[in-house]
Design a protein around this ligand. Structure first.
Ligand SMILES: C[S@@+](CC[C@H](N)C(=O)[O-])C[C@H]1O[C@@H](n2cnc3c(N)ncnc32)[C@H](O)[C@@H]1O
Length: 174
């Protein structure tokens, strides 16, 4: 059960008013490109989710002085509360002020779509690539963590997955 929305926001705004740095959760963090920019801008990189072992290790080394719990690769399918408690950050709804991330873009980007067509020898292979649905897990984290701000980075063609540019996206329903 998530904490009541309003009380959670008020508590987070109070923290920032008291001069504390906004705590960022970086989902699909890679080795930390987005994290680096936010860190330079004064944000606290509180945690990251990245399933590639080498990238997760780099992120943990870059932003958490190689603390073992931050070096581990994790899948975005990890439940948000289990994730934040495992890092000693308490319930997910209390742990983060900002959620950022760049979900995989292979099924959206023109070059990625063309590669997927080639690999699977099918004109619509990109519509069936499971990575196209991972942004939903990003949204699940937003719902659970109740951040004050979000930032999602992706390619422009994320807006026309399966239909001409400028028209409504399809192929992403559950
Ligand atoms: C577009 S890159 C992110 C780049 C990153 N934001 C940066 O600034 O460097 C997407 C990342 O998502 C990771 N990824 C893909 N599937 C994942 C999953 N199921 N769980 C966690 N991370 C995943 C990939 O390993 C890759 O590093």
């Amino acid at each position: 059960m998530y904490a009541p929305l309003e009380a959670t926001y008020v508590r987070k705004v109070e923290r920032l008013r008291n001069g504390e740095r906004p705590r960022v959760l970086d989902l699909f963090a890679g080795c930390g490109g987005l994290s680096l920019g936010l860190h330079a801008a004064g944000f606290d990189i509180a945690a990251a989710v990245e399933n590639d072992p080498a990238a997760a290790r780099s992120h943990g080394t870059n932003f958490h002085e190689a603390a073992p719990e931050h070096l581990r690769p994790r899948d975005v399918l990890t439940p948000p509360d289990a994730f934040s408690r495992e890092l000693g950050l308490g319930p997910a709804a209390h742990a983060f002020d900002v959620i950022v991330g760049g979900p995989p873009c292979q099924a959206f980007a023109r070059v990625g779509r063309s590669k997927l067509r080639e690999i699977h020898d099918h004109p619509q292979a990109f519509l069936h690539d499971p990575r196209a649905r991972l942004f939903r897990e990003w949204l699940r984290y937003v719902e659970a963590c109740q951040p004050l701000a979000v930032l999602m980075e992706n390619v422009p063609d994320v807006l026309n997955h399966g239909c001409p540019a400028g028209t409504k996206a399809r192929g992403l329903s559950p």
